[in-house]
Design a protein around this ligand. Structure first.
Ligand SMILES: *[C@@H]1O[C@H](CO)[C@@H](O)[C@H](O)[C@H]1NC(C)=O
Ligand SMILES: *[C@@H]1O[C@H](CO)[C@@H](O)[C@H](O)[C@H]1NC(C)=O
Ligand SMILES: *[C@@H]1O[C@H](CO)[C@@H](O)[C@H](O)[C@H]1NC(C)=O
Length: 451
């Protein structure tokens, strides 16, 4: 089944060619996923993530980057070009005879961009006093639970609650060398790259012109299934993040008001078949792949939440009951979805080898979540951490099938556990993927209208 799923990933273009129904011999197609997501999941997960339990995420945004010298919390300063002192600017330029290709003009626009990136990337840490009081109560409740998995972020005194609704994931202007370096180190140093491969793994890396990417995919085929899966997950996450940035782009900034909306041009640059030499379609396929993996994890973890003893505690019994109902409703929809990914063939090889691989997988993933501490823009860091933690939690679930099956009915602190943090990241992370698929549909329509 997994191999079939990989075949599914070989479906034809998502944007240009019309989507065809059933894919190869696999019981899954993009249309059904779209319909399922856009009608059943997206509206509900949106509601869910607005509820108090899910909207506040505790995160440490102050951890230093462990891999390269900290550029200060503003790696964005990479884009900061020292402006010329006024006296050095040639008179001709100063007096308005402005050549926009001149050195000075470029410098000015860099500074403006940098300023913008700093503002848009900042975190709005506004929290009502009422929420702050509630958090102390939440923490007491959470501490009383017995969790087996400790996350550095949660226990750090630097960790703070952030209101996700006040800090939507959208275009921040964060780009340039710092952003490049983060993705580059993820692809280059953390994606199981065999030593014999010299081609850059980062799909956004400039290729040598004549290279259409096929060689890369031949290489990918040579990797064992699990390692390919790992690459695809990362690529899917990258695509999803890019879709959000394109869908919530800063379109206009006049009269003190910012207007956000879809930027088709930006979207095409990243995903159009022709403009990306086919790479865009692959990126989108990886997004669907990631979606199916996380969907599968939710399917598997449903029994954990279905027990009456698990409640989503905020201290308000009525609200908590409603939140849980909504969550269970989403799980029921997921259970009814017929095209689940089958992870059985993953790590199914020789026992010892499988164990090593699983551990390698875990370490690589853990490393990637640490790389998130190197993201220069706070808001990007927040969403990067949340989404990697969400995926990490999904993987943890997929690897804990037996433990979930053997959960004791009446003893909440025994066996498989998820922390509040993991639950919030899992559902918000999946909510982001669901949003991407929804937005993709919207982009396809905009596209049709334009043609
Ligand atoms: C943060 O959000 C609050 C509530 O929407 C708003 O009143 C405030 O102006 C925001 N602060 C900043 C710095 O954007
Ligand atoms: C919130 O609490 C702080 C410190 O306890 C206090 O100074 C402030 O006035 C309170 N704000 C509101 C809106 O109640
Ligand atoms: C973790 O990531 C860093 C930065 O990309 C890299 O240098 C290092 O080799 C990675 N470590 C492991 C164990 O993968």
């Amino acid at each position: 089944m997994l191999r079939k799923m990989v075949l599914f990933l070989a479906l034809s273009g998502l944007l240009h060619s019309e989507l065809t129904g059933v894919l190869d011999d696999c019981f899954c197609d993009v249309e059904s996923i779209d319909i399922f997501n856009n009608l059943k999941i997206y509206p509900r997960i949106r509601k869910l993530t607005e509820r108090d339990y899910f909207r506040y995420y505790r995160v440490n945004l102050k951890r230093p980057c462990p891999f390269w010298p900290d550029d200060g919390h503003c790696s964005i300063k990479d884009c900061h070009v020292e402006p010329c002192p006024e006296s050095k600017v040639p008179v001709g330029i100063k007096s308005g005879n402005y050549n926009k290709y001149s050195q000075a003009a470029n410098t000015m626009s860099d500074v403006v961009e940098c300023q913008q990136a700093k503002e848009l990337g900042a975190i709005n840490s506004t929290l009502s006093n009422q929420s702050k009081e509630a958090f102390a109560d939440w923490a007491r409740h959470d501490d009383a639970q017995d969790h087996f998995c400790e996350l550095d972020d949660e226990t750090s005194p630097d960790a703070e609650y952030v209101d996700l609704l006040l800090n939507p994931e959208r275009y921040t202007g964060y780009k340039g060398p710092s952003a490049w370096r983060v993705w580059n180190s993820i692809y280059e140093e953390n994606c199981f790259k065999p030593r014999s491969v010299y081609r850059p793994l980062n799909p956004l890396a400039p290729s040598r012109g004549d290279d259409d990417g096929e060689g890369f995919y031949t290489w990918l085929e040579g990797l064992c299934l699990e390692k390919r899966v790992f690459y695809r997950l990362i690529s899917g996450l990258h695509s999803s993040i890019n879709i959000h940035l394109c869908a919530e782009y800063l379109l206009d900034e006049g009269w003190g008001r910012s207007v956000w909306g879809p930027n088709v041009q930006e979207f095409r640059q990243r995903f159009d078949m022709a403009e990306t030499k086919g790479e865009g379609t692959r990126r989108l396929k990886n997004l669907y792949f990631l979606y199916l993996i996380e969907l599968r994890a939710l399917y598997k973890v449903a029994p954990y939440f279905e027990r009456a003893i698990v409640n989503l505690y905020t201290g308000n019994a009525q609200e908590d009951g409603e939140t849980k109902d909504l969550l269970l409703h989403i799980f029921n929809e997921i259970k009814a979805f017929p095209m689940h990914f089958d992870e059985k063939s993953m790590f199914a090889g020789h026992k010892l080898e499988a164990k090593t691989l699983k551990e390698e997988f875990r370490l690589h993933f853990k490393n990637i979540s640490r790389i998130m501490d190197c993201v220069g823009c706070s808001k990007c860091r927040l969403w990067g951490k949340l989404q990697t933690q969400g995926l990490g939690t999904a993987l943890k679930i997929l690897f804990s099938e037996k433990e979930i099956k053997n959960l004791p009915e009446h003893s909440p602190s025994k066996g498989f556990q998820l922390t509040r943090q993991e639950i919030v990241a899992l559902m918000n992370g999946f909510g982001r993927l669901s949003t991407s698929i929804y937005q993709l549909h919207h982009f396809r329509q905009l596209w049709k209208e334009k043609r």
